[in-house]
Design a protein around this ligand. Structure first.
Ligand code: SAT
Ligand code: MN
Length: 588
């Protein structure tokens, strides 16, 4: 008798008609065989993977994606819930019937001459009550290998699924990588995603944004938990006490650097639990507990170097878990190392750029794409917390929200309570980055950094966030940060990176009730004397500017927030509208 999983795969085979079917088992041996195959197999005239310098970067391989396929495509991403209002103004919507018909036409026979990789995987540790069973089929060997790094691929998933139909169904084909025939369609109510025409990151590794955020956020809404675009870290103080934080920032705003932070403050240490996604449940003791459903990092390469993120460089050079992939970076032909802006100060002489051409240093162009990425296992990370595989996750004491803003948002402040914190997170605006294919550098509202990832109406999502006041017994403190504030000359005022540990220390002191705060219009602000700024060359004047709340700037900001809130009509919770009214009055 065939299991439901086998029957489902049979159906996909009948539609897509691959020449071969390969079920992944997740073994190391299999990974090596698939990598060998990818070194031989060609796409667009190039091998899918090219081996890099194994002495410097062990187990590392290079992949160049199609130049039209280098970032998530939000305008081609749809939430296909039966009722348009349930998807909300924050999502593109298509009727599920129409979406399936459209995708069905693309998928018909699309794998002729190709292999279908069947990838059984788990999001979360198999021992965790919060982990989820998933399967993706794909015709991309690069995607299959990336999934191995990012998720727990293998037979454990098949065993957990057994004969049930309770598993996420991800259907993916690169098709002909034609942007005209590229769609990422989500059916959260059916636990299914159909993705066609892209081989890149969040469009194609369906365990990531498609499942663990868009689909899971909807599941969490139904089941009483949260799926969030957040890092998870443990900050250890000199006495060895660990405080667990979640950190929410839009794509390419330094999440990975914060997740692998090497603090400048003596005696403090950061342990890494996750760099992109957190699933948050109310634990048996009424506290919020977070797990990272992923198993690897799909990090932005540019800007990652010995100075900015030495632990990531070490991670990339490790090879406990094979392989590590580099996508759309440059290659240094003299060393056969991957290279990107910020890896070394000197630009090497003999680079091939991300488009496969000889890099012309004088051109002023970058050699690595702004959204070039590394894909590396979390188990290669020397600061991976031992709690990483805790079935229940870790108890959260603080949630940090942030965005990328030249002005308006101060370096750090704290919300006065849960509802105010949810409000603070709901009004976040951030300058867009290269992680999405739309224009970069424009401010858009990005509540909880979830605008591109919330799988249902964001008004309902806010309500769901507010509901944790009742669901949980003890709630974490909520903080807002902005590492990116600039002065009149356009220079960053805060050094960022390792110095962000100074802000973490203040947060811990607040959590432990060791320091008081100063109340301003936006919330609770640090007193200068409570921030550890030792060995940092920064004047009080700059610090005051960093913490300044400008009436003028907020008078411009509030109408933008209002416009955003209005879009959600009566789905917008009254509590948040009242919070906004209060804020408006403060700046009148
Ligand atoms: O391409 S991904 O969505 O996986 C990365 C990101 O944008 O955060
Ligand atoms: Mn992300």
């Amino acid at each position: 008798m065939k299991t439901q999983l086998q029957k489902w795969v049979d159906e996909q085979v009948a539609i897509m008609q691959p020449d071969k079917i390969y079920w992944m088992n997740g073994s190391d041996e299999e990974a090596r065989e698939l990598v060998n195959l990818a070194e031989e197999e060609k796409r667009d005239g190039h091998p899918i993977l090219k081996k890099l310098n194994d002495k410097n970067f062990q187990g590392s391989y290079y992949h160049r994606s199609n130049t039209n396929d280098v970032a998530r495509t939000e305008h081609l991403t749809f939430i296909c819930l039966p009722n348009k209002e349930d998807a909300g103004p924050n999502n593109n919507w298509m009727d599920p019937k129409d979406a399936k018909e459209k995708m069905g036409n693309f998928f018909k026979g699309c794998m002729k001459g190709r292999t279908m990789y069947v990838i059984p995987f788990l999001m979360g540790n198999p021992k965790s009550p919060y982990s989820k069973n998933c399967v993706q089929v794909t015709d991309s060997l690069y995607v299959a290998l990336s999934m191995r790094i990012m998720t727990r691929v293998g037979t454990a998933a098949i065993e957990k699924i057994g004969d049930s139909n309770d598993f996420f169904k991800g259907v993916h084909s690169v098709g002909d990588i034609n942007p005209e025939r590229r769609f990422i369609m989500h059916f959260p109510h059916e636990n299914m995603v159909l993705s066609f025409g892209s081989g890149y990151g969040g469009n194609a590794l369906l365990g990531k944004k498609c499942y663990s955020l868009r689909t899971a956020s909807y599941l969490g809404y139904q089941e009483g938990w949260l799926a969030e675009h957040m890092i998870i870290i443990a900050v250890e103080d000199p006495k060895g006490k660990r405080t667990y934080f979640l950190g929410s920032f839009p794509s390419a705003c330094g999440k990975t650097n914060l997740a692998l932070l090497n603090p400048v403050i003596k005696g403090y240490k950061v342990w890494t639990l996750g760099d992109d996604i957190a699933w948050i449940n109310v634990g048996p003791d009424g506290k919020l507990y977070a797990i990272n459903p992923e198993m690897g990092f799909f990090g932005v390469a540019p800007g990652t170097g010995e100075n900015t993120n030495p632990i990531m460089i070490e991670t990339l050079k490790n090879n406990k878990f094979f392989p590590t992939l580099y996508t759309n970076t440059a290659i240094d032909n003299d060393t056969n190392n991957p290279w990107w802006e910020g890896l070394t100060e000197e630009v090497p002489e003999n680079l091939t750029n991300w488009q496969g051409e000889k890099h012309d240093k004088a051109s002023g162009k970058v050699a690595a794409h702004g959204n070039s990425r590394f894909t590396v296992s979390a188990y290669n990370c020397p600061t991976l917390a031992e709690e990483f595989d805790n079935p229940l996750g870790v108890p959260i004491s603080g949630i940090i929200f942030g965005g990328r803003r030249k002005s308006t948002i101060p370096l750090v402040y704290e919300s006065s309570n849960w509802q105010h914190g949810v409000f603070t997170a709901s009004i976040i605006g951030s300058e867009t980055t290269a992680a999405s294919s739309s224009a970069t550098g424009v401010v858009r509202r990005d509540p909880m950094s979830m605008l591109p990832f919330c799988g249902y109406n964001m008004g309902d999502y806010f309500k769901h966030w507010l509901s944790f006041e009742k669901r949980a017994k003890t709630l974490p403190k909520i903080f807002m940060v902005n590492w990116f504030r600039k002065d009149e000359d356009g220079k960053f005022m805060w050094p960022g990176f390792r110095d962000n540990s100074r802000i973490l220390k203040w947060m811990i002191d607040r959590i432990e009730g060791k320091v008081s705060a100063q109340e301003k219009e936006l919330g609770l602000f640090p007193k200068l004397e409570d921030l550890d700024l030792s060995n940092l060359d920064i004047s009080d004047k700059i610090m005051e500017k960093l913490l300044h709340v400008s009436k003028e700037e907020w008078q411009k900001e509030i109408p933008m927030i209002e416009e955003f809130y209005t879009k959600f009509g009566d789905r917008m919770p009254q509590e948040l509208k009242n919070q906004l009214d209060n804020l408006r009055k403060k700046f009148a």
